[in-house]
Design a protein around this ligand. Structure first.
Ligand code: TXA
Ligand code: MG
Length: 337
């Protein structure tokens, strides 16, 4: 199959919307990462997404809709908390709600679950595409399974060229990591995946929410766990080692030791390492800057042939995306400095 890379003009958006409706595979920008979408109602077409990504069948897909008007096509028994979030400034945006599945959504989309994850992206291109397609669109991130999520059209092309029909090129994604996944079928609601919407923002609308044991917030609340191979995910080929924000000296020593052993190393950090000529890529001054660059840097390090990425975590703050950045770093890491 020839993959068509398209600028997001209205003729191309119309063509892509028609392709999605017919069950074709279209990669499109959202404010978080690029998604790989097709018509969620066409059971036999949804399988192509799992095949193109190499994704396990029991990992459910997020259903994307253009506006709240389409919500009832995807979900039923929608709780009041969902409407409070939908009316809040958080939505549309990087927040995915797990709700009770509507009968029309096939089980292949939800990995056999009776719940469905629903998201309304804020990105204008995604919104026009979804509104035009006028069907629920299931879309995982448009990367090969286990690779870092794509934040540019070039990343999508690198992973999926030849196995999908279209890529709408909307430039680099604004947030750079995936949406927060919030389960509203349990009480209190529970964050299943930290992401672009901070926990405190959600709590300001619906009150206290829980966090699943797989999140950075849960790890911070209990003993910090060393990320084992079973959490490896979102990972570049290079070995990722993490450091706490105050471990600058340890970072320098680790870098020098690995370099002496013949490894090519690069440091990702919000502040400069004090001494020594070391390869260091600035991730910006805020957790939001870090989020925007993280996956692109993972891919760049692999392209440039680095063996080791030393990532200094952002300071933990429940009010920003630091929890999501820390979660992705923990999942990608093979160890600590
Ligand atoms: O920002 C995003 O969420 C991006 C863009 C494209 O929208 N999408 C994305 O999709 O990250 P994906 O497939 O890479 O991740 C979907 C996450 C997975 O962790 C999956 O297990 C979870 O959502 N999920 C989907 N349906 C679920 C359900 N019914 N119950 C619990 N978790 C669910
Ligand atoms: Mg993904």
């Amino acid at each position: 199959m020839k993959t068509k890379l398209c600028p997001p003009d209205s003729a191309n958006i119309d063509e892509c919307a028609a392709a999605i409706k017919a069950g074709g595979l279209v990669a499109f920008p959202t404010e978080t990462v690029y998604g790989l979408g097709t018509n969620a109602l066409l059971e036999e077409k949804v399988g192509q997404i799992f095949a193109a990504k190499g994704r396990p069948a029991d990992n459910p897909l997020i259903v994307h809709i253009g506006s709240v008007r389409q919500l009832k096509k995807a979900a039923v028994d929608i709780p009041d908390r969902a409407y409070r979030l939908l009316r809040s400034p958080l939505m549309p945006g990087p927040l995915t709600l797990v709700l009770k599945k509507a009968p029309a959504i096939p089980y292949i989309v939800t990995g056999g679950l009776d719940t469905v994850a629903v998201r309304i992206p804020k990105n204008a291109i995604a919104k026009r595409l979804l509104t035009k397609a006028d069907v629920p669109v299931c879309a995982p991130s448009a990367n090969k399974s286990a690779a870092p999520s794509p934040t540019t059209a070039a990343h999508v092309l690198a992973d999926l060229d030849g196995s999908i029909e279209y890529i709408l090129d909307g430039g680099p994604c604004e947030i750079g990591l995936e949406s927060t996944v919030l389960d509203l079928t349990v009480d209190p609601p529970c964050i299943l995946r930290e992401g672009g919407t901070p926990r405190s923002a959600i709590e300001s609308v619906i009150g206290r929410v829980g966090v699943s044991c797989d999140t950075a917030a849960a790890a911070a609340a209990s003993a910090p766990k060393s990320p084992g191979a079973k959490y490896k995910h979102y990972a570049p080929r290079a070995a990722v080692y993490t450091a706490e924000p105050d471990e600058r000296a340890e970072v320098g020593r680790f870098y020098d030791r690995e370099t002496a052993a013949g490894k090519r190393c690069v440091i990702l950090s919000m502040t400069e390492t004090p001494e020594g000529p070391r390869a260091e890529w600035p991730v910006g001054k805020t957790a939001a800057d870090y989020a925007k660059r993280l996956f692109a840097y993972f891919r760049r390090a692999d392209e440039a042939g680095y063996d080791v990425i030393i990532a200094v975590k952002p300071p933990h703050n429940a009010d920003d995306v630091s929890e999501a950045v820390i979660n992705r770093l923990n999942k990608a890491a093979v160890g600590r400095v």
